[in-house]
Design a protein around this ligand. Structure first.
Ligand code: PMP
Length: 399
């Protein structure tokens, strides 16, 4: 099946979009549902007893239940809607981190974490005089479980890692990471921003304590994200955003807070985003993860094979590690932004720069790189254009 046809963005002009890891394109089905919501049902959920407000509440409940089933959470109140992965991690850092991490404690992160899963922890560490430690990579660029187990200690108060590394596409051993932490009663946060679109996440099977992702990398609109947390943890955590809808009673000096999930959902919620997320999840499930993963991996393998034939290009992945549809590369001696600029003249869109992963860049020993990432709408022609564009870079820079 040609999934490209489902995405209206490809109807106008030549586009070889290889930046799905930054944000996915949106299927017409998702876009239509969002428009339909605003045209027919728009209301502020939980704030009124009239038809449209109640309908909006019903829509939020139904989207929450869809997300619950999608990641197999035990309870719907464990699903908190946020704006993004970034907001979800900030929520956990401000709420769990500021409450339970203290002077001398340690926060254990992966060196390949996205800044969204580093900077909020730096804030907590500074405020609470805690220490951040990083788990290194092995020779294949994989999360080093030996280093991890060595660094897990009685002082560790949380482990926070990515399911898939946004720069290299490496699939990290999340199950083993969680098991090792739980042997020491340490909670684990999984940043599923890149992994959720590639394979099934079952939070109960994984026994994840927190799992976060953004809708926009998952065929949904921007501005909607998810923070899953185990109920027993969420119950212990103070609110993050204070204001309307997250309270029970408010007096002049004091407030009590609503039960989950409202406790963490202060203010008007993004109902249109939740509608889009529900539809995007239905879209993924109708296609099936097996197919999505197969397409991504096949394109990745083909592209990697072609790129590796270009002796003026270097890549940062080995065949020894399982990866998703993401390839990091540089044209030797040329800045990644220059490469991306020339590729753009071939209508090839790749991301260039440090990919919000400067500690990883330093670790690999490069200032920046290009990243090609694949989605279900990509095909062999996109790869051919990428290769053609890279040959042009060689010609322009005379290498
Ligand atoms: N974590 C990872 C692994 C990511 O790839 C991204 C997005 N690049 C984020 C977190 C942040 O996602 P968002 O910008 O949607 O909050």
């Amino acid at each position: 099946m040609d999934y490209r046809k489902e995405f209206p963005i490809f109807e106008n002009g030549e586009k070889h979009y290889l930046d799905t890891a930054a944000t996915s394109q949106k299927p017409k089905k998702v876009l239509d549902k969002v428009v339909q919501y605003y045209e027919r049902y728009n209301g502020n959920p939980g704030r009124g007893s009239h038809e449209l407000s109640m309908k909006a509440s019903e829509i939020m409940d139904s989207a929450r239940e869809t997300v619950r089933q999608f990641i197999n959470a035990e309870k719907t109140e464990e699903i908190i809607f946020t704006k993004s992965t970034t907001e979800s991690i900030n929520l956990i850092a401000y709420s769990y981190g500021m409450e339970f991490i203290n002077e001398g404690d340690e926060i254990l992160l992966g060196i390949s974490n996205h800044h969204a899963n580093i900077v909020p922890w730096q804030f907590v560490a500074k405020k609470k005089k805690a220490k951040i430690k990083y788990v290194e990579l092995d020779d294949d660029g994989q999360f080093d479980l030996n280093d991890y187990k060595y660094k897990l200690s009685a002082k560790t108060k949380i482990v926070a890692v990515s399911g898939v590394v946004n720069v290299t596409g490496v699939i990290q051993p999340v199950k083993e990471i969680i098991e090792a932490a739980h042997r020491k009663n340490i909670p684990v946060l999984i940043d599923a921003a890149q992994s959720i679109v590639h394979f099934k996440h079952d939070v109960q099977k994984l026994d994840a304590d927190f799992l976060v992702f953004s809708g926009h990398k998952l065929f949904a609109p921007m501005g909607i994200g998810v923070m899953y947390g185990k109920k027993e943890l969420l119950d212990k955590m103070p609110p993050f955003l204070y204001g309307g809808d997250m309270i029970e009673f408010v007096t002049e000096q004091e407030s009590t807070f609503a039960p989950l999930p409202n406790k963490f959902e202060g203010g008007t919620q993004n109902v249109g985003g939740a509608v889009g997320l529900k539809e995007a999840i239905d879209f993924i499930q109708a296609i099936g993860y097996d197919k999505i993963d197969k397409i991504g991996k096949e394109l990745d393998m083909k592209a990697l094979f072609e790129i590796k034939r270009l002796d003026f290009v270097e890549t940062y992945c080995t065949e020894n590690v399982e990866r998703t549809g993401i390839i990091a590369f540089n044209v030797k001696g040329v800045h990644s932004h220059d490469v991306a600029f020339i590729l753009d003249s071939y209508h090839v869109g790749v991301r260039s720069g440090h990919h919000c992963a400067q500690p990883l860049m330093n670790y690999i020993g490069i200032p920046s790189c290009c990243r090609a990432s694949f989605g279900i709408y990509n095909d062999d022609e996109d790869i051919a254009k990428l290769v053609e564009g890279l040959k042009k870079v060689k010609e322009v820079f005379g290498i």
